[in-house]
Design a protein around this ligand. Structure first.
Ligand SMILES: [Zn+2]
Length: 285
C-alpha cells in the first residue's frame, strides 16, 4: 500500500480535540492478530450497508464519499486499497472497544477520513489533530458538524491510523456511557491512550504538566498539548495516571467507575485523589 507512503497524520481527543503524532509510512492491514469483530459483541455495525441515498457530507465541490452506509465517509481521492484498510481498521477497533467495555452503548459516530490537508483542515481545523466532536460542534477553525451524531475526524492517513481510530472510538464509547456526566479531560485522554496505545508512550520522557487537574476541560487540554513538546509527554502522563490507578484495581474497575459517574456519582468521589505526580520536566499551566 504504497499509496499511503509519505502521508502522516496526527491523532487523539474527546469532545473537542486531541492529538498524537506519527511519521510517514504506509498503513497496511494484514498480519496483525488483534481482536476481530466476531470475538466481541458490538452494538453498532462496523460497516453498515447503505440505506438508499446517503446523507451528503460536504467538502469541496464533490463532497465526501460514503464508504459504509452513513457511518464512514472518505475524501474522494482515498484509494481503493486505503478504503479496504479503513474498513478493516474499523472492524478491529469496534471489536477492541467492545472487548474493553462490553457491548457498545454508542449508536456509532459519523467518521470522516481525509487524504489531503485541505480536507483535514475543513474537518479538524488548522491543528490537523484527530477529533471526536459532539453533535452540532465544529472543530475550532473547522467547517463541519453533524447536528445529530458524534463526528470522528481522521484528518490524515498513515501508519498510526488504526491507533488513532481506536483512541477516538474509545472517546465515543466513554462519552456514551457517561451520558453527559463530567469526567476531566486528563481522564478521557489517559484512558483513550491506554486502550489504544496512541500516542505511543514507549520512550517518551516523563514530564507534562505540574498537576493534571489543571487540565479538567478539553479546551485547556488542547491548548496545553498544542504547546511545542507538550503533546506526547502530557498524553503519556495521563496514561501513566490511569495505568497506575488501574494496576491496583483492574481494567474492569475503570468500566465500573464510568458507570458510577454516568449514574450520578461525582467523578472525584468515584476516582479518589490522583495517584501519580509529574516527574521530570514539568511545566506550569
Ligand atoms: Zn483523545
Amino acid at each position: 500500500m504504497n499509496a499511503l507512503k509519505g502521508r502522516w497524520f496526527v491523532a487523539a481527543a474527546a469532545l473537542t480535540a486531541s492529538a498524537c503524532q506519527s511519521k510517514p509510512k504506509l498503513a497496511s492491514e494484514s498480519t496483525k492478530s488483534g481482536p476481530t469483530a466476531s470475538s466481541a459483541a458490538v452494538a453498532f455495525s462496523a460497516c453498515p450497508a447503505p440505506k438508499g441515498k446517503s446523507l451528503p457530507v460536504p467538502f469541496d465541490s464533490a463532497g465526501m464519499e460514503p464508504l459504509c452506509g452513513e457511518q464512514i465517509y472518505v475524501e474522494r481521492s482515498v484509494t481503493a486499497g486505503e478504503r479496504t484498510t479503513i474498513k478493516q481498521y474499523t472492524q478491529r477497533a469496534v471489536a477492541a472497544v467492545a472487548k474493553t467495555f462490553g457491548t457498545s452503548r454508542s449508536s456509532g459516530p459519523l467518521t470522516a477520513y481525509c487524504a489531503t490537508d485541505e480536507c483535514g483542515r475543513y474537518f479538524a481545523g488548522p491543528s490537523l489533530r484527530a477529533k471526536t466532536l459532539a453533535p452540532g460542534v465544529t472543530a475550532v477553525g473547522g467547517g463541519f458538524s453533524d447536528p445529530n451524531r458524534t463526528t470522528v475526524v481522521i484528518p490524515r492517513l498513515g501508519e498510526r491510523t488504526y491507533g488513532t481510530l481506536l483512541h477516538e472510538l474509545t472517546h465515543v464509547e466513554v462519552n456514551a456511557r457517561l451520558g453527559g456526566a463530567f469526567a476531566p479531560a486528563w481522564f478521557h485522554e489517559g484512558l483513550a491512550t491506554r486502550v489504544s496505545g496512541a500516542p505511543n508512550c514507549k520512550g517518551v520522557p516523563r514530564g507534562g504538566i505540574t498537576d493534571m487537574r489543571f487540565l479538567e476541560g478539553h479546551r485547556a487540554w488542547n491548548e496545553f498539548t498544542n504547546r511545542p513538546g507538550a503533546l506526547a509527554a502530557t498524553y503519556c502522563q495521563a496514561r501513566r495516571e490511569i495505568d497506575t490507578w488501574a494496576d491496583k484495581r483492574g481494567t474492569g474497575a475503570l468500566v465500573q467507575l464510568i458507570s458510577k459517574v454516568g449514574s450520578g456519582t461525582a467523578f472525584y468521589e468515584a476516582y479518589g485523589p490522583t495517584v501519580t505526580r509529574c516527574e521530570g520536566g514539568c511545566v506550569d499551566w
